[in-house]
Design a protein around this ligand. Structure first.
Ligand code: PAF
Length: 283
């Protein structure tokens, strides 16, 4: 496994693979790797000749400074895991390498409504930060195939939009990999490392609430069902940002369901200071 810290070095290395018409698969991460990330890596290995993973805790996507400071950083363990999984290349740049002109200088991306709904409503600027860093990382790695986890469903839509609307990225094929869960149902996430043992016991209530939505979804008004879901989360000790049902394709929230449109349940909620998100297709 080769480790690069400089943009120019990784670009030169990858150019050699493109000259040989080899497929470059890319898994961008913020580190604190878990089985969910490793599943993305395995998918990348299946679809590409060269597997690249980046580890970069991107400051511009954190609207809450404390959240950025507390984000788990486990670089040595991450590198061991990647080596063990057969990752070929790791890109581990400093902030100055990705943002030579400083953070906060990027020009805004047109992400349409996606920027402002659901996560966007509670984390203003978050998706601008994600779009900015992902396009900078794509520019460093020049991937053919990219791999993102469905746990961040709205992020997947943002990246799909970025790829579709950026001429330099249009050739990139995006793979959305299903969410990996603990035996308890809790979606794997780097943030789970910040949960206390008691909070870890309570956290699977998010998954069970999504299952409740799935099992009780019927055509018509959704208000009562969503009220039950909110009560379940409150009962388990969550402070809920949102629990909602949205069209899977557009992520537009629904107050009624026609019995046909594909819809997903989406939840963002705090246990103590830790904010967890999850989602599930409901039909
Ligand atoms: O999903 C993540 O870990 C991050 O949002 C990403 C895509 C690596 C961008 O920083």
């Amino acid at each position: 496994m080769i480790l690069f810290k400089k943009k120019r070095d990784i670009q030169e290395f990858i150019a050699g693979y493109h000259q040989k018409n080899q497929q470059v698969g890319f898994v961008p991460t913020m580190g604190a790797l878990h089985q969910g990330h490793l599943q993305l890596l395995q998918a990348a290995r299946r679809h590409s000749d060269l597997t690249v993973c980046s580890i970069f805790v991107n400051p511009t996507q954190f609207n809450d400074k404390k959240d950025l400071e507390k984000y788990p950083r486990t670089i040595e363990k991450d590198l061991e895991l990647l080596e063990h999984q057969g990752c070929d290349v790791v890109f581990y740049p400093e902030v100055e390498e990705i943002y030579p002109e400083g953070t906060g200088q990027g020009s805004p991306y047109d992400l349409g409504e996606l920027e402002f709904i659901l996560e966007g409503r509670y984390r203003p600027g978050h998706f601008q930060g994600v779009a900015d860093v992902v396009s900078r990382l794509f520019d460093c790695v020049r991937p053919d195939q990219v791999f993102f986890g469905q746990k961040d469903l709205q992020q997947c839509s943002v990246i799909a939009h970025l790829i579709a609307t950026t001429p330099d990225f249009r050739h990139i094929r995006m793979h959305q990999v299903p969410t990996l869960r603990e035996a308890s149902g809790l979606a794997m996430s780097s943030r789970n490392a910040r949960l206390t043992p008691e909070q870890l016991q309570a956290a699977p209530a998010i998954y069970h609430t999504l299952l409740h939505l799935k099992e009780h979804l019927v055509p018509g008004d959704l208000t009562g069902l969503l009220q039950q879901a909110a009560e379940r989360l409150a009962h388990a000790g969550f402070r809920t940002d949102y629990v909602t049902i949205a069209e899977t394709d557009t992520l537009k929230e629904c107050t009624r369901w026609d019995g046909q449109t594909p819809v997903s349940g989406l939840i963002a909620a705090y246990l103590g200071e830790v904010r967890l998100i999850d989602n599930m297709p409901l039909n």
